[in-house]
Design a protein around this ligand. Structure first.
Ligand SMILES: NC(=O)c1ccc[n+]([C@@H]2O[C@H](COP(=O)([O-])OP(=O)(O)OC[C@H]3O[C@@H](n4cnc5c(N)ncnc54)[C@H](O)[C@@H]3O)[C@@H](O)[C@H]2O)c1
Length: 283
């Protein structure tokens, strides 16, 4: 198999995933439906590599080499030669089903189709292809170049061979893979999102200001980041989509998204990426 990787989606996760693959020597094509997203994605990778050079974590001569390994494309057909495709488009099940049906038609029969979904069923995505044994969750954490964990999610039909391949790839990227099974939200978001949602209820009910709520969790629980700052980093639209998957998939009202979260998303207050969420951010 070649070392060519396709990353579908150039948003905050897609460009981070393209970055870590290119840094580990893979040739990458990063695909998005938006040229603006591709340009911003590439600029983010360039800025993050510069930061790594300044910190001394990668040598300066690597900067140009890493960037030159990432091609940009607006055409899904350019995934054709990839041996592994990592999908990181928006958290929308219908969109992901369409992308996987298309990828299944486009790529080689032995290529592995991975998704970075935060919560959507790997088994359901796999069903949209003729190769459910080669469909798997490869859930990177944000920011991708920094965070060590990759949650590897086994769909009902995912083969041992696919698990082994993706586990080894994650290790090649210098990450720590952790295997879990396919239930809504997997482990990471099943545990994290109820906490974030509860913190948003605390804002809505006036229990505390966002700063106070985050301080309680950072200083009191030793979390590196408060739940509201983290929600802004993840993206409030993504948090809402994940909570809806948890609510619908598990059928328990404890996962109902807080009305204040819905209101923020309706207003286009999506957190860092839109400049405003529970905090405001300068562009
Ligand atoms: N934000 C996080 O902290 C985080 C962490 C782990 C996993 N995820 C998951 O990663 C995925 C991407 O999240 P994000 O935060 O990068 O979102 P984002 O909004 O930053 O980026 C999504 C990108 O997908 C692109 N896109 C939409 N339709 C497309 C299509 N048909 N083909 C190609 N590209 C398309 C959009 O143009 C956009 O650039 C989601 O599934 C999300 O749940 C997010």
């Amino acid at each position: 198999m070649t070392d060519r990787i396709a990353v579908v989606g150039a948003g905050q996760m897609g460009n981070g995933i393209a970055h870590v693959f290119a840094q580990s020597g893979f040739d990458v094509v990063m695909i998005d439906v938006s040229q603006d997203a591709l340009d911003k994605g590439r600029a983010t990778v360039a800025k993050n590599i510069e930061r790594q050079v300044k910190k001394g974590t990668i040598p300066p001569e690597e900067q140009v080499k890493i960037l030159s390994r990432i091609d940009l494309s607006m055409d899904l057909e350019t995934a054709r030669e990839a041996s592994l495709i990592v999908e990181a488009a928006s958290e929308d099940s219908g969109l992901k089903y369409r992308i996987f049906t298309d990828l299944d038609r486009i790529v080689n029969a032995d290529a592995i189709l991975a998704t970075n979904t935060s919560s959507i069923s790997i088994t359901e995505i796999g069903r949209r292809t003729s190769r459910p044994d080669k469909v798997i969750g490869m859930h990177f954490m944000n920011p991708v170049p920094v965070m060590k964990l990759v949650e590897i999610i086994r769909g009902l039909a995912t083969s041992d061979k696919t698990m082994k391949y993706v586990t080894e790839i994650a290790q090649r990227l210098g990450k720590t893979p952790v295997e879990v099974n396919d239930y809504p939200g997997f482990v990471s978001n099943r545990v994290l999102m109820p906490m974030i949602n509860e913190a948003i209820y605390c804002v809505m009910e006036g229990v505390g200001e966002p700063e106070a709520i985050d301080q309680v969790m950072t200083l009191g629980m030793n979390h590196p980041m408060g739940p509201l700052a983290l929600a802004d980093l993840i993206g409030l639209d993504t948090c809402l989509a994940i909570l809806e998957v948890l609510r619908d998939g598990l059928g328990d009202p404890k996962y109902r998204p807080c009305p204040l979260l819905k209101k923020y998303v309706a207003a286009g207050w999506l957190g860092r990426k839109s400049g405003r969420g529970f905090y405001t951010y300068s562009k």
